[in-house]
Design a protein around this ligand. Structure first.
Ligand code: THU
Length: 137
């Protein structure tokens, strides 16, 4: 993935994070993904008083893309951390989001997953290393 695309995705994920609805955990997450046409879809986490109904930022972005007709994801950037700005690890996607991403692989067969603190501090991983042997029918 080109550096300029990575930076664009991180910037879009930061913007999406500002929409996070996370009054229970106070942990805000934003995600931005790019599809083969170059279009970008974003998402934030959306929590609920019934905690288990929470939707992660990554799945929000995936569901937005798929519901707009997209079936392949080239890359996704994720930013996340506590509301108070205190230090946090890179925002690795949870297991459920990894599995959901694995449903929409691009032609290359793998997705770049960028976990970012900002545009200068990020890691680019492959979905295949985050989720080897994903479930498939
Ligand atoms: N969260 C995400 O949005 N993405 C992940 O991959 C892991 C966790 C959200 C869910 C919840 O709103 C908050 O972070 C704390 O778990």
């Amino acid at each position: 993935m080109k550096k300029e695309v990575i930076e664009l995705l991180i910037n879009e994920a930061v913007k999406a994070r500002s929409m996070a609805y996370a009054p229970y955990s106070n942990y805000l997450v934003g995600a931005a993904l790019v599809v083969p046409s170059g279009n970008v879809f974003t998402g934030c986490n959306v929590e609920n008083a019934s905690y288990g109904l929470t939707n992660c930022a990554e799945r929000t972005a995936v569901f937005k893309a798929v519901s707009e007709g997209q079936r392949h994801i080239d890359a996704i950037a994720i930013v996340g951390g506590p509301l108070d700005g205190s230090d946090a690890d890179y925002p690795y996607p949870c297991g459920a989001c990894r599995q959901v991403l694995s449903e929409f692989l691009p032609e290359s067969g793998d997705i770049d997953v960028i976990v970012a603190k900002n545009t200068e501090d990020y890691m680019t991983l492959k979905l295949s290393e985050l989720l080897p042997h994903s479930f498939n029918l």
